[in-house]
Ligand binder design. Structure first.
Ligand code: NAD
Length: 259
């Protein structure tokens, strides 16, 4: 990936950070994005750049805001000459019955988990076409393929991003540009840590019991998927061996959607 520019949305934490690290290790220049403590993020960028001899820039763009998304992509093009790899990873979760689901949470989840990928893709794709190569990797979820109760917005957004993936792949099929969706099962990240804490309160049971009986109930492997394994799958999809893989979903879910 030497000399390639990769934008990874939502990469100050969890899966996105794992993917950004893996890309930097492969020699890509990286645009890091997401929220967090500015001093820590600055230190993270410097450490990644120094360790791997790549350029790392940070964009604080809010993925709920199309103007900020446009500014992030424009900055990447200005700094690195173009965008080669786009990973749409930023995502949030909220759990509630559909008839009690807060309207503002629905709107935020659809904006951040789905519409942001439309905006990044529409703005970055002309640069990929101009450079004659591109890779778009959308981080969907097992919930992009099957549903769970109380996650209506998340499931709708993740099914939506799988549909967006297919359309973009068909529109770019004659070009050396691919678009695919990774569908992880449960990965132990801050997003899931928060769900474990919430569920422990709701059910009044210990953390370990929540992990086994609630969180991993639908994941036949009964273990969390590893951040680094999701990151390596993203690296593979961005390599030449994956040139013929486009418009598809790749599950990494311990057997979840086989049921
Ligand atoms: P995380 O909470 O650890 O990280 C989310 C990242 O997104 C953070 O960097 C955060 O700052 C950023 N972010 C949140 N809102 C943002 C916004 N408005 N604008 C810009 N950045 C924003 O979560 P994670 O578990 O690493 O999840 C990453 C992606 O993987 C999400 O799309 C999630 O739906 C998906 N996913 C996660 C799991 C899992 O079990 N952890 C499983 C399947 C899919």
């Amino acid at each position: 990936m030497n000399g390639k520019c990769a934008i990874v949305t939502g990469s100050t934490s969890g899966i996105g950070l794992g993917i950004a690290r893996a890309f930097a290790r492969q020699g890509a220049d990286v645009v890091l994005n997401g929220f967090g403590d500015p001093t820590e993020i600055h230190a993270l960028c410097n450490a990644l750049a120094a360790e791997h001899g790549v350029r790392v820039v940070y964009s604080a763009a809010n993925m709920a805001n199309p103007d900020e998304i446009e500014a992030m992509v424009d900055e990447a093009i200005a700094r690195f000459g173009g965008v080669d790899i786009l990973v749409n990873n930023a995502g949030i979760q909220h759990v509630a019955p559909v008839d009690e689901f807060p309207v503002d949470k629905w709107d935020s989840i659809l904006a951040i988990n789905l519409s942001s990928a439309f905006h990044t893709t529409r703005i970055a794709l002309p640069s990929m076409k101009a450079r004659g190569w591109g890779r778009i990797v959308n981080i969907a979820s097992a919930h992009g393929l099957v549903a769970s109760p109380y996650k209506s917005a998340y499931v709708a957004a993740k099914h939506g991003i799988v549909g967006l993936t297919k359309s973009v792949a068909l529109e770019t099929a004659r070009l050396p540009i691919t678009c695919n969706a990774i569908c992880p099962g449960y990965v132990l990240t801050p997003l899931v840590e928060r769900q474990i804490d919430d569920q422990a309160k709701v059910h009044g049971i210990a953390r370990e019991a929540v992990i086994e009986k609630v969180i991993l109930e639908r994941q036949p492997s009964k273990t969390f998927v590893k951040v680094d394994d999701v990151a390596e799958l993203a690296v593979f999809l961005c390599g030449n061996a994956a040139a013929g893989i486009t418009g598809t979903t790749l599950s990494i879910d311990g057997g979840w959607v086989a049921q």
